[in-house]
Design a protein around this ligand. Structure first.
Ligand code: NAI
Length: 281
């Protein structure tokens, strides 16, 4: 049985995937090269809205962007099932675990050539392999984190990256007093070594955990050094050239969205008043 710490090896048996039902033909959505950054900064919910705006041009690799945005969610649900010793799962069960409807899940997985077996469902271990392969996670991605402050330290000490296909290859900071300090499995090095480290370690993914005023310059250096994917925690929108993908993580935005939903629920409970203070008076 697979676990979060190990990916199953390729089964390499296409017959396991069965045939595509005619009504589940993969849909595609249009991708403009100049839309890369905009799309990359969208979350899975927003990507949902791309469904149904289908053009006829497939994404590179044939997987729509909205589907790609949901694959990590499926993977997380599959890991949880695998850890519980579940070996097969129906599309309804997996959809519930992932928080999507099962028709969408089946359509998403059909893009990977995975259709499940009627009456049995999906083989969890094989599906972990298929989703991981589609996401490029069956290789170990070296990642550089720039900024060894509170956030950088938390990221460096998080053990979950390795089991998900990522290895923190380097941690950089401009503060000389942090250089040489051991964080997780890495030793902090000075940011002046950025270009050399990116080139020597073949790093394609950079994580920005520096204050906002320093973030664009750090991003520019990462990109010039050859990094093509950036995970940005700093509260600003980064400018990057075509061919570079940026994803932005902002916990305060997530909290604001939750606040909106909490406010709406309160309004529903207490009538039309949307201000909880008024509603509760
Ligand atoms: P921090 O102040 O603890 O750490 C920042 C680190 O960056 C420091 O060690 C500093 O020496 C280093 N640094 C500054 N300029 C640099 C440069 N040019 N090159 C290399 N290193 C440099 O800050 P913290 O709390 O770790 O936050 C880091 C960033 O993450 C901030 O932009 C913050 O707003 C953001 N953040 C975002 C969150 C989110 O949900 N997106 C949550 C928490 C923080």
């Amino acid at each position: 049985m697979s676990s979060a710490a190990e990916l199953p090896s390729p089964a390499g048996d296409p017959s396991r995937t069965g045939a595509a039902p005619a009504d589940e033909a993969p849909a595609t959505v249009e991708v403009g090269v100049d839309g890369r950054l905009r799309r990359a900064e969208r979350g899975a919910d927003e990507a949902d809205q791309l469904d149904g705006q289908a053009g006829e041009r497939p994404y590179p690799g044939g997987i729509p962007d909205a589907t790609v945005a949901r694959l990590p969610v499926y993977l997380r649900a599959l890991y949880a099932l695998a850890e519980r010793g579940v070996s097969t799962v129906s599309s309804d069960e997996l959809a519930t675990a992932a928080g999507v409807n099962s028709a969408k899940l089946r359509k998403d997985l059909s893009h990977l050539g995975s259709y499940g077996i009627r009456g049995v469902g999906y083989d969890v271990e094989y599906l972990v392999y298929q989703v991981s392969r589609a996401l490029g996670l069956n290789q170990n991605w070296p990642v550089v984190i720039v900024g060894a402050g509170n956030l950088g330290r938390a990221l460096a000490n998080y053990g979950g990256f390795v089991s998900r296909g990522f290895r923190i290859a380097a941690m950089l900071d401009s503060d000389q007093s942090l250089v040489g300090r051991e964080l997780g499995s890495v030793v902090v090095r000075h940011v002046s070594e950025l270009e050399e480290i990116v080139a020597n370690s073949g790093i394609a993914i950079g994580v920005i955990a520096v204050p906002a005023p320093a973030a664009q310059a750090v991003c520019d250096r990462l990109v010039a050094a050859g990094v093509t994917s950036v995970l940005n925690f700093a509260p600003l929108v980064l400018n990057v050239p075509d061919g570079v993908d940026v994803r932005k993580v902002d916990l305060s935005i997530e909290l604001q969205i939750l606040a909106f939903h909490a406010q709406r629920r309160t309004a529903e409970r207490f009538g039309q008043a949307s201000d909880p203070a008024v509603a509760g008076a």
